[in-house]
Design a protein around this ligand. Structure first.
Ligand code: 0GY
Length: 317
């Protein structure tokens, strides 16, 4: 793998200063012991810049290190994934040029999820579709974005639905009650990032996670990524052969979702892991977490191969 060579002394390429305390992605991930099924998709990852080529958006809430398409594809090959779904990160706002460039470089092995504004034109959407974009992301996490009014989001949905795209939503568990009806009414498929960010110090049988499970039960058009244990965990990345399993506190939440909704779950690394302040995961160990939440080969195939293929490559490979 190539390393973060453009990202030194707090400054990224193009002269952008990284946010204080920013942790760069881990250069030198271990080789996973988990045998990835053929055709596996890393269904949640990002590219950042490089800043000199694709400047970060003026309205961003953080400035990351560089994380290029070439570095992402090297990680894909190292971990044993076949394809990627690259999700527009908020540090690029609605400027999708870095995403589109990465999609073009992927030789058809990546799809994208973009951020667009309500005034996006049909020609711009057609260009994004041609590049491989198949969805838009609506972000409700307050530390990442300013809230976009619901009527703007409705206008975007009306424009992307005819293309067969879906909506990816990112929110905190405490905000689901307020957003429940809005999300339920979205007429396209909807994909929830990171299980709606449950507070894993709470009981997986408690009311907060019960609401999320009810949301999935009542809405067959809603899927979820069971990703980001490193972001949700309090117990952290203990070694798999240690006295405690990696991200043990997240397992009961993710496993429950995988077992109840095996046909509507996706998994991704979240490389290059924006905004982590205490530890940066070893992506090889993150992959070794997968069998804890999807314990059988059948569940693993659905999670990593069949489900993302249905959503992002419905026309076949
Ligand atoms: C993630 C999570 C985060 C950031 C973003 O687009 C983004 O900036 O998604 C986060 O900080 O929780 O999924 O990458």
């Amino acid at each position: 793998m190539t390393g973060t060579t453009t990202s030194v002394h707090g400054v990224t390429s193009g002269g952008f200063e990284k946010s204080p305390g920013w942790l760069d992605w881990y250069d030198g991930p271990s080789a996973p012991t988990f045998r990835m099924p053929a055709g596996a998709v890393d269904a949640h990852c990002h590219v950042f810049g490089p800043g000199a080529e694709f400047p970060f958006a003026p309205e961003r809430k953080y400035t990351p290190c560089d994380a290029s398409a070439a570095q992402l594809f090297a990680l894909r090959d190292h971990l044993g994934f076949d394809r990627n779904v690259i999700v527009q990160a908020t540090c690029h706002g609605a400027d999708n040029r870095a995403l589109v460039d990465a999609l073009h470089r992927s030789d058809g092995r990546a799809r994208g999820v973009a951020t667009v504004r309500r005034d996006v034109t049909d020609d711009e959407l057609a260009e994004l579709h041609e590049a491989g974009v198949r969805g838009v992301r609506f972000n409700f996490v307050k530390r990442l974005v300013d809230r976009v009014p619901a009527d703007s989001l409705d206008a975007i949905v009306a424009k992307i639905a005819p293309l067969g795209w879906h909506v990816v939503i990112y929110f905190e568990a405490e905000d689901l009650p307020e957003l429940y009806d809005f999300f339920s009414a979205i007429p396209t498929d909807v994909v929830v990032d990171h299980m709606g960010r449950p507070d894993v110090t709470k009981d997986p049988d408690g009311p907060e996670f019960a609401l999320f499970l009810r949301f999935l039960r009542e809405n067959p058009h809603v899927w979820t990524k069971v990703s980001c244990p490193e972001r949700l965990s309090v117990t952290g990345p203990r070694a798999l052969d240690g006295e405690q399993q990696a991200y043990a506190d997240v397992v009961p939440f993710a496993r429950r979702v995988v077992e109840e909704f095996p046909d509507r779950v996706l998994w991704g690394t979240d490389w290059p892991h924006p905004n982590l302040k205490d530890h940066m995961p070893d992506d090889g160990l993150l992959v070794d977490y997968i069998p804890q939440i999807a314990p059988t080969p059948e569940l693993q195939s659905k999670l990593l191969v069949d489900n993302p293929a249905r959503l992002y490559w419905p026309e076949g490979a």
